[in-house]
Design a protein around this ligand. Structure first.
Ligand code: ATP
Ligand code: MG
Length: 779
């Protein structure tokens, strides 16, 4: 082995090298942000391949986002040069899909099952709730979806839900869960949570299948291990049980998915599950300059019960963190936009490209102000991390057409588009289709066909329905005739062999579908102002298809994505949530909205105990440590949240920033001699003391802001607590949030109206309560 050159080892430090060389047996790499964990993990893959210790298809690497997987693939390809085939790299979900497609029949599905999105899921649950004679206003689908998700994150099939947990949803939760799973099976569909749960079920019930994967996937690597939930943990443990060649990499300080069932305990339990595990710690941070690292360490130090880590960097000096307050969210967006353009132009510093700059927000509603501003000034940006694009109506309709073309028995897709555009099929006609399909035990499309053939459908709908059915037939045939081109040559084709005949590319087919179905002309004939934008989006959708090999591949991607950025060459600023930014790095980072109630979130502040607040603090740590050279934190005195003005106080986390690592900037124009002046310094320069919130409140700038705010119906701030907590608490809950009420118990927020919440309580039904009386439910 020593005879071969291993250049990829040269740019690793001794601890990283140890992690790379320790190929056999369990390894836990536990280290702070930017210490090169992911780099070491990637080098390990390269090492396994370069030394011939493993073939590509014997390596499984799990990452947290598709973006991370893509980056890892690129890094491996770069380090390795030409390889025949790539290891299994992807998210838990994307890898689970691959496994599940091969063994779908073991959980009662066919290998071409569809992956449902939230919309489909809610529609289905609603049907079940109504069929169960429950009032869907009192017992809303969204609440049931949350409950089922909670169970699936723990890999509990309906039969496995412990009785202590089965009482929810008017005592009918598990019964509906069972019916839902049954419906999914009939529809040949899965929801997101199923992907993992089904795999775990298969592994547990079919030792032969599990053994096969254990034999294949001899080396397992997991990045961001601190954020695995119980189902993912079981999945991993089952796969690694035999050979125990598992290397997990994580940072307890970056555990930010507790609210979604992640258990940081998994990382702490690793040594117990895998006795004899080597634990490797990395301490040198290669990403950030000294001040940035010190600021992040200062904030996270306030958390109790950390494993504790030393972090240092050779990048001494550099710019301090910048802290700036603004009048309101719009002004914050304006300032950041100007700042980004100034950085891009260079001047005092080297020019910073737009790709190198990111805005990381706590809540997605913060994005809009930036999008509005950047559209106005023509600053190119990309929004990453939200399913925003794919949630638009026209995109979802188009996708339903594509789904039908791929799987004509996708009843949910059928329901969505059979009368969109209008085909003269009223409720009655649609019920007839449903009834016919049910009577013959066939899909809705087949039901429709029967009706058309038997003449059981009248009026002008008949001809149009026939055209629709024939259209789907034609599109489906085109897909069957197209040769699948699988990107990952290593992974065997999952589809049966199809004849090598392809007249239409999948991109062209998509256009044909949208044209022939009349969907495009529907929007062309639409006179509403949005129609043009919708047509643009459809074009963008077709363009996005170019990056995929087939419609199927595309649909799968969309079903799985957490990051929807269709990469293109134009330089753009990135806007994303802090959650989505995990593992990434940018030379320049803006962290807006550091205000109590927004960051940390109101829920975490209202909760008794520190659990929620500590998770928020870890999120702050994640945010700051994304920055390589320049990090700017900002807050606004007023913010409009869900249409309501609130006066804000700077985040308590600002108190935790070490003063010597922070420059407090004076916002330009508005209140000259702002916070910096309060601390005895003029015009936008540094202050020596701690940048405490008291400095801020006592500053003339703040007072002036209060005067201005007097013209708006908001309360004056009180020290230490957000001035409008009681009034504003409400807006900080979002629909779908799980909450707890002293008297009514657990429930889900259904609607928000002023300071009142409509809550669907698990046991007490739907009630209107004042926001101040509920807290976030502890999971
Ligand atoms: P996070 O906790 O944020 O996921 P990480 O520990 O995974 O961070 P990486 O992303 O692997 O850290 O590395 C951070 C940066 O440091 C990257 O730009 C990487 O290329 C660089 N880096 C890592 N190790 C070294 C090294 N030994 N020498 C030089 N640069 C390094
Ligand atoms: Mg990483």
């Amino acid at each position: 082995m020593a005879a071969r050159p291993m250049p990829y080892l040269d740019d690793l430090n001794p601890a990283q090298r140890a992690a790379v060389l320790a190929l056999d047996g369990p390894v836990l790499m536990l280290a702070g942000a930017g210490t090169g964990k992911t780099k070491a993990l990637t080098s390990r893959i390269v090492h396994l391949l370069a030394t011939g210790k493993a073939r590509p298809n014997e390596i499984l690497a799990v990452t947290f986002t598709n973006k991370a997987a893509r980056e890892m693939k690129e890094r491996v390809a770069r380090l390795l040069g030409q390889v025949e085939g790539m290891p299994w790299m992807g998210t838990f979900h994307s890898i689970s899909v691959k496994i599940l497609r091969r063994h779908a029949e073991l959980v009662g599905l066919k290998s071409n099952f569809t992956i449902l999105d939230t919309d489909d899921q809610l529609r289905l649950l609603k049907q079940l709730i109504i069929a169960a004679n429950m009032d869907e206003k009192r017992w809303p689908a969204r609440a049931l979806a949350g409950l089922i998700d909670h169970w699936k994150n723990r890999a509990w099939t309906p039969a496995k839900v412990p009785s202590s947990e089965a009482g929810g949803f008017n005592n009918r939760g598990t019964e509906l869960y069972e019916q839902y799973q049954e419906r999914l099976r009939t529809l040949n569909a899965c929801d997101f949570g199923d992907l993992l749960m089904h795999c775990v079920t298969i592994f547990q019930a079919h030792p032969d299948v599990l053994e096969q994967y254990q034999r294949w996937l001899r080396y397992i690597m997991v990045d961001e291990y601190q954020d695995t939930n119980v189902a993912q943990y079981l999945w991993l443990r089952l796969l690694a049980q035999g050979h125990r060649n598992i290397c997990c990499v994580g940072d307890d300080d970056q555990s930010i998915y507790g609210w979604r069932g992640a258990e940081v305990g998994n990382i702490l339990r690793f040594e117990k599950d895998f006795p004899g595990a080597q634990v490797i710690r990395l301490e040198q941070n290669y990403r950030s300059t000294e001040h940035i690292l010190a600021a992040a360490s200062g904030v996270i130090a306030a958390n109790a019960g950390r494993l504790g880590k030393t972090l240092w960097t050779e990048a001494k000096g550099g710019e301090k963190l910048r802290l700036i307050g603004h009048w309101d969210g719009e002004e914050e967006a304006r300032w950041i936009g100007d700042e980004i353009e100034a950085l891009q132009r260079g001047g005092r510093r080297d020019p910073v490209s737009l790709n190198a700059q990111a805005i990381l927000v706590r809540a997605s509603h913060q994005m809009r102000a930036f999008e509005d501003r950047f559209l106005t000034i023509g600053l190119p940006y990309r929004v990453v991390g939200g399913p925003r694009f794919y949630e638009r109506l026209e995109i979802r309709d188009a996708m339903a057409y594509f789904r039908l073309a791929v799987s004509p028995d996708d009843d949910l897709a059928f329901e969505r588009v059979v009368n969109t555009p209008k085909r003269g099929l009223g409720d009655k006609a649609q019920q007839d289709i449903q009834r016919t399909a049910r009577a013959s035990g066939v899909s809705l499309l087949e039901g429709a066909r029967e009706l058309v053939v038997s003449g059981g459908i009248g009026g002008k709908g008949a001809g149009q329905l026939r055209a629709f059915v024939e259209g789907v037939d034609r599109w489906h045939a085109a897909i069957l005739n197209a040769r699948p081109q699988l990107a990952d040559a290593v992974i065997e084709p999952m589809l049966p062999e199809t004849p090598p005949h392809a007249d239409l590319s999948h991109v062209r087919l998509a256009e044909v579908i949208l044209e022939e179905s009349g969907y495009v002309s529907m929007w062309q004939n639409d006179k509403t102002p949005e129609a043009a934008g919708r047509l643009e989006n459809l074009k963008e959708l077709v363009k996005a298809l170019e990056q995929f090999d087939s419609l199927q591949g595309f649909l799968e991607h969309v079903a799985l994505i957490m990051d929807n950025d269709t990469e293109d060459a134009t330089e753009k600023v990135t806007i994303m949530t802090l959650h989505a930014a995990k593992g990434l790095e940018f030379p320049v980072v803006f962290l807006p909205g550091w205000e109590d109630g927004l960051f940390p979130s109101q829920r975490s502040m209202d909760e008794s105990g520190q659990k929620g607040l500590e998770e928020e603090r870890r999120l702050a740590y994640v945010g700051i440590t994304r920055a390589e050279r320049l990090c700017t934190i900002s807050f606004a005195a007023n913010r409009r949240v869900y249409g309501q003005w609130q006066s804000q106080l700077p985040s308590r986390f600002i108190d935790e920033l070490p003063a010597r690592d922070v420059d407090v900037l004076t916002p330009p124009g508005l209140y000259g001699g702002g916070f910096g002046a309060a601390a005895g310094l003029g015009g936008g320069s540094q202050i020596e003391e701690r940048a405490t919130r008291a400095d801020v409140y006592n500053s003339p700038g703040w007072r002036r802001m209060q005067d201005r705010s007097a013209s708006r119906p908001i309360a004056a701030p009180k020290e230490g607590r957000s001035s409008v907590i009681d009034l504003a608490a409400v807006s900080r809950f979002a629909e779908g949030d799980r909450v707890f009420h002293q008297k009514f118990g657990y429930g889900t927020v259904m609607a928000i109206e002023g300071d009142k919440l409509d809550i669907a309580f698990d046991k007490a039904g739907t009630k209107k309560v004042v926001a101040g009386f509920v807290t976030e439910a502890q999971s």
